[in-house]
Design a protein around this ligand. Structure first.
Ligand code: NAP
Length: 237
């Protein structure tokens, strides 16, 4: 396989939603703990999240003053990836097409020191829409970046590079709904790992996959833990 094996690991509501207020309700607390526990146990080279999830969970809206950074110019037809020589083997991969995420460190610093996240080396996946000064900022922070597309991130190309340049064999896809949908449409999800909490979400919350298409999965494992349904499916091809 010329891409990493992808496991989509998520907490869902009873009605299959993955975003919104329900996640912070006490009724969902056990599900979140089970989710983090499974996250620590799943063998992978790291996790992938969309820009909105990375902002909410890690960068919290910080953005650098780009006027302080030198632009890194690439010819239009030759966008060069930036790979540092200290790749650690454990990554936080950000799908950030326009370069909107402001990092204060080149590794995830988890406040609780959760080994499922703490110390993960950040990899930025960008498109050609990115401001060249943002590339200067990433290079000054020693944050590796790869290009994968002109306007939208080409999921297949990004995964090809994550395997062949970064060396990822297995990655967890950990939301949110928009990035999950783009992986589902590209048919690159090999496994789905769900913790379903006994709670219904709001009508405005988003589903597991935004803009999905039809595809079959096979139930491999089911378990009930503290009233939460823990499910594992593999793609039926
Ligand atoms: N239930 C769970 O287990 C779980 C896990 C993680 C997150 N979440 C929740 O999910 C919510 C965020 O989800 P979301 O669906 O709104 O956003 P998201 O998927 O986290 O991020 C979407 C953004 O990522 C970029 N992106 C992702 N895939 C792309 C692609 N293939 N091509 C180009 N750009 C791509 C785009 O950034 P630009 O907008 O910059 O173009 C896009 O708008 C958060 O509120 C969080 O709480 C839940």
């Amino acid at each position: 396989m010329n891409r990493p094996y992808i496991i989509c690991h998520m907490v869902t509501s009873l009605d299959g939603k993955v975003t919104g207020e329900f996640l912070s309700k006490p009724e969902c607390a056990d599900a979140c703990e089970i989710y983090y526990d499974i996250n620590r146990k799943l063998k992978s080279d790291g996790f992938i999240c969309g820009r909105i999830t990375m902002e909410g969970s890690f960068t919290e809206g910080y953005y650098p003053d780009l006027s302080e950074y030198e632009p890194v110019h690439h010819d239009l037809d030759l966008k060069m990836d930036f790979i540092t020589d200290d790749l650690t083997g454990f990554y936080a991969v950000a799908f950030d097409p326009k370069g909107r995420l402001g990092w204060k460190s080149n590794k995830i610093i988890d406040p609780d020191g959760d080994p499922g996240y703490d110390g993960a080396q950040i990899i930025e996946v960008l498109t050609e829409q990115v401001d060249e000064r943002y590339l200067g900022y990433l290079e000054s922070m020693e944050i590796p970046y790869i290009f994968a597309g002109e306007n939208e991130i080409d999921v297949d190309f990004a995964l090809f590079k994550l395997k062949n340049i970064i060396g990822c064999e297995t990655l967890l896809l950990e939301g949110g709904s928009i990035i999950n949908g783009s992986f589902q449409r590209a048919d690159v999800i090999d496994e789905i790992s769900l913790v379903t909490a006994p709670i219904v979400a709001d009508k405005n919350d988003k589903p597991l996959f935004t803009d999905s298409t039809v595809s079959n999965f096979e139930l491999v494992k089911s378990e009930i833990i503290n009233g939460n349904l823990v499910l594992n499916y593999s793609r039926k091809r």
